[in-house]
Design a protein around this ligand. Structure first.
Ligand SMILES: NC(=O)c1ccc[n+]([C@@H]2O[C@H](COP(=O)([O-])OP(=O)(O)OC[C@H]3O[C@@H](n4cnc5c(N)ncnc54)[C@H](OP(=O)(O)O)[C@@H]3O)[C@@H](O)[C@H]2O)c1
Length: 272
C-alpha cells in the first residue's frame, strides 16, 4: 500500500498531495470506491454539497473508522459549499456536517466566487473557531478574485482548487496562488470524464509514457506534482487508484517538463 507524501499547509496542517475526487461517485458505487481507495492508501477525499454524495462519503468513512481500517487523524475530508448556499451558509454547513456525520471536517471550500462569498466564508470562520472545521479553502478563484477576497477575511484559505491539466495549465495563476502561501490543487487533472482520452492519448504524453515506463495518467499527475500542485483524480477503479498513488519513485526531467508545458492551449473542459 502506498500512502502519498504530505504537504504542510499555511496553518500547519498536513495533507496528502494525492487524494480521491468523488464527483460522479454516488450510492453504493461511491461507498465501494472509498473502501477501495482506503485499501489502496488514499487518505484525502474531495466531496461537495453539489456532488450529492456527502452521505455516502460519510457513511463509508465512518464504517472504515469503526472497523479500525484507518484512524480519523489520518483522514483529510474536504467538502464545499455551493454559491446557492452562501446566503444561508450556517444552515447549509450544518446540513453538510450532518450528512458527513464526522466529529469534524478537515477543510471546507467555497465552491465558486460569488457576491456573497465573503459573508459565507465568515460564517465558516466561526465554524473553525468552534472546532467543527480545521481549515478553509477556495475553488475556482483566480488572480482577480483572490486579490479582492483575501483582504476581507481573517483566516487564510489553505488551498485553492482549480481546473488544471495539460491543456489548461494556469501558468499565470499557479505562481500567484503559491505567493499567497496557498496550495494549488488540480481538479480535472485528466480533463474530466468524457475527455480523458484527449489528454491521455496525446502523442507527447504517450511518448513520455513509453520512455518513462509509466502510464499516461502517471505522467500527467507527476507533472502536476512537480509543479507543486496537489491532485484529486476521480476514479472508481482500484488499478487506477494504485497507479495514481505510484508517482513518487520517478521524476520527469526538465526538458520533459518543458515539453509538457508547451501543451498548454487554454482549453478548459468546464465553464468555471
Ligand atoms: N472544484 C470544482 O469546481 C471541481 C470541478 C470538477 C471536479 N472537481 C473535483 O475533481 C475531481 C476530479 O475530476 P473528475 O473525476 O471529474 O475528472 P478526472 O480526474 O480528470 O478524470 C476522471 C476520469 O479519469 C479516469 N481515470 C482515473 N485514473 C486513471 C488512470 N490512472 N488511468 C486512466 N484513467 C483514469 C477515471 O476512470 P475510472 O473511474 O475508470 O478510474 C475517470 O473516468 C472530481 O472528482 C472532484 O472531486 C472539482
Amino acid at each position: 500500500m502506498t500512502v502519498a507524501p504530505t504537504v504542510t499547509l499555511s496553518n500547519g496542517m498536513t495533507i496528502p498531495m494525492v487524494g480521491l475526487g468523488t464527483w460522479s461517485l454516488r450510492g453504493a458505487a461511491c461507498q465501494q470506491a472509498i473502501r477501495t481507495a482506503l485499501e489502496q492508501g488514499i487518505r484525502l477525499f474531495d466531496s461537495a454539497t453539489f456532488y450529492g454524495n456527502e452521505a455516502e462519503v460519510g457513511q463509508a468513512l465512518r464504517a472504515a473508522l469503526s472497523s479500525g481500517i484507518v484512524k480519523r487523524e489520518e483522514l483529510v475530508v474536504v467538502t464545499k459549499l455551493y454559491p446557492n448556499e452562501f446566503a444561508h451558509a450556517k444552515a447549509a454547513f450544518a446540513a453538510s456536517f450532518a450528512r458527513l456525520g464526522l466529529d469534524y471536517i478537515d477543510i471546507v471550500l467555497l465552491h465558486h466566487p460569488a457576491s456573497d462569498a465573503v459573508a459565507a466564508y465568515r460564517v465558516l470562520e466561526q465554524e473553525v473557531q468552534r472546532g467543527t472545521v480545521r481549515a478553509l479553502g477556495l475553488s475556482n478563484f483566480y488572480q482577480q478574485e483572490l486579490a479582492a477576497f483575501l483582504p476581507q477575511v481573517s483566516i487564510k484559505p489553505v488551498l485553492d482548487q482549480n481546473e488544471i491539466h495539460p491543456f489548461y495549465q494556469e501558468q499565470d495563476v499557479v505562481p500567484v496562488i503559491k505567493d499567497y502561501g496557498i496550495l494549488p490543487q488540480a481538479w480535472y487533472p485528466f480533463g474530466g470524464r468524457g475527455h480523458t482520452h484527449e489528454i491521455l492519448a496525446h502523442p507527447v504524453i504517450k511518448e513520455l509514457s513509453a520512455r518513462y515506463r509509466r502510464t499516461p495518467a502517471q505522467i500527467v499527475l507527476r507533472w502536476l506534482l512537480q509543479r507543486g500542485i496537489a491532485v484529486v483524480p476521480g476514479s472508481g477503479s482500484a488499478a487506477h487508484m494504485a497507479q495514481n498513488l505510484a508517482l513518487f519513485d520517478f521524476a520527469l526531467d526538465e526538458a520533459d517538463m518543458t515539453a509538457l508545458s508547451r501543451l498548454d492551449c487554454g482549453r478548459k473542459f468546464d465553464w468555471y
